[in-house]
Design a protein around this ligand. Structure first.
Ligand code: HGY
Ligand code: MN
Ligand code: MN
Length: 424
């Protein structure tokens, strides 16, 4: 183990670094599509502002900054050897509507803080801090676009997807000054990457209940994201008898209740209908078409798929009962992903070197690490969230817990460097 040398005189203390992380998160939170609250979608104008701010911080750190053609912002803390391998870290810069300040963004600014904490230390690898461009999937209903590009799994077919305003992904990428056809060349080669470690707030209460500041993620739960539709027949609200109506919204409402029941009945399952679009959505017309999202998660892929299948069967039963049609418009699956055992062990060792106990835990939330694990040795450090609130403005985090997370991340890097240097 590297002796945990306190940061050299030219580097701030971990507490100072942590407070700088909070300041950076606050500064990036101001870059929003909304005047009140946070919304920063894929390649939006506020994302351009986030890139500019972050590139200034990278320049101060002597990092080389670039934006790849999928819109990922990448800052490199270069090793002396140009051909040195690469340690990747960071997290996503996009947000859900009404987000907190820390989901994704904290992991990115902790990557910058890691560079800050290393001062002029010469390492046998580059450190690339990635601000992933689109993890939430809000704008084009396609999550993890940035990490798909980094892992070489971006499907150019997606360029024809359109956002709520009708803009194609292709035109949005071009409008940001990027070249969609070059996205495949944004991928890192597995041979050049040592590992990817993503720091992220926990977004749950496990660490706070265990009264521990940091966790090491064992696995990320799989998720099914589907879009379904109930189709009935519109009619006059005042003249159409209550029976036999073909009311798409009555059917949809029955199913939403079943989704919630399933989430409660199946241990470890999370089932949510977060999006609903009612047509024609006026008060005096019986709804003829209701489009709903389904977000279902479980760490066991078999249970997840079985639960989704059962919910679709229940929907078909409701459709027969209400004499409406049920259609599955889209289904996106992401399997549960185990984090890399070797890197996890190294992170636990780094925590122990810092006299810290790190908790082993599962992530119910999806992360870019879930994609990155398909191509690189990948692990995650979770930072305690006192109240476990996320995807909500009240999301919070303590500077002292960020400091502990930084301590572990830096120690992991120093141990890695020592291991490489001693193996020659
Ligand atoms: O939905 C999620 O799990 C993550 O916030 N993208
Ligand atoms: Mn999120
Ligand atoms: Mn996130």
């Amino acid at each position: 183990m590297t002796t945990l040398s306190p940061p050299a005189s030219d580097t701030p203390s971990f507490e100072e670094l942590a407070h700088r992380c909070l300041e950076d998160c606050a500064a990036l939170a101001d870059q929003s599509e909304w005047h009140e609250g946070i919304l920063r979608q894929y390649l939006s104008l506020p994302m351009k502002a986030v890139h500019e701010l972050s590139q200034n911080w990278m320049a101060e750190l002597g990092m080389e900054a670039r934006v790849d053609d999928a819109g990922n912002l990448i800052g490199r803390r270069a090793s002396a050897a140009a051909s040195a391998p690469i340690v990747l870290t960071g997290s996503h810069l996009d947000t859900v509507p009404g987000a907190g300040k820390y989901d994704g963004v904290l992991g990115f600014v902790m990557g910058l803080a890691l560079a800050r904490s290393l001062g002029t230390a010469e390492l046998p690898f580059h450190i690339d801090v990635i601000g992933f461009s689109e993890e939430e999937g809000v704008r084009f209903s396609k999550p993890y676009l940035g990490s798909h590009a980094i892992t070489g799994t971006f499907d150019l077919e997606w360029l024809s997807r359109r956002d709520a305003s009708g803009f194609s992904m292709k035109s949005v990428i071009e409008g940001f000054g990027l070249v969609p056809q070059r996205i495949p060349s944004a991928a890192y080669r597995p041979s050049e990457v040592i590992a990817f470690v993503e720091p992220h707030i926990e977004q749950g209460v496990v660490l706070s209940r265990a009264d521990l500041p940091v966790g090491v993620v064992e696995a990320i739960a799989g998720q099914t994201r589907a879009l379904v539709q109930f189709v009935g027949i519109a009619g006059h609200a005042g003249t159409t008898p209550m029976y036999p109506r073909q009311d798409a919204l009555v059917a949809a409402a029955s199913w939403i209740t079943e989704v919630s029941r399933r989430g409660c009945e199946v241990t470890g399952c999370r089932a949510t209908v977060g999006y609903a679009d009612v047509s024609p959505n006026v008060r005096n017309v019986i709804p003829d078409r209701v489009t709903l999202s389904l977000d279902l998660r479980h760490i066991d892929d078999g249970i997840r798929k079985q639960s989704v299948g059962q919910l679709f069967d229940i929907a078909r039963g409701i459709a027969v009962r209400d004499n409406v049609e049920f259609v599955v418009l889209e289904k996106q699956e992401q399997s549960g992903v185990a984090m890399d055992d070797v890197i996890r062990k190294q992170l636990f060792q780094a925590a122990s070197d810092c006299d810290l106990e790190a908790l082993d835990l599962i992530s119910g939330a999806g992360h870019d690490a879930g994609l990155m694990a398909s191509r690189f040795p990948t692990a995650m450090i979770f930072i305690r969230q006192p109240r476990g609130i996320s995807h909500h403005p009240d999301e919070d985090v303590e500077a002292s817990d960020i400091a502990e997370g930084l301590r572990v991340l830096r120690q992991w890097v120093l141990n890695l460097a020592e291991g490489i240097n001693s193996n020659g």
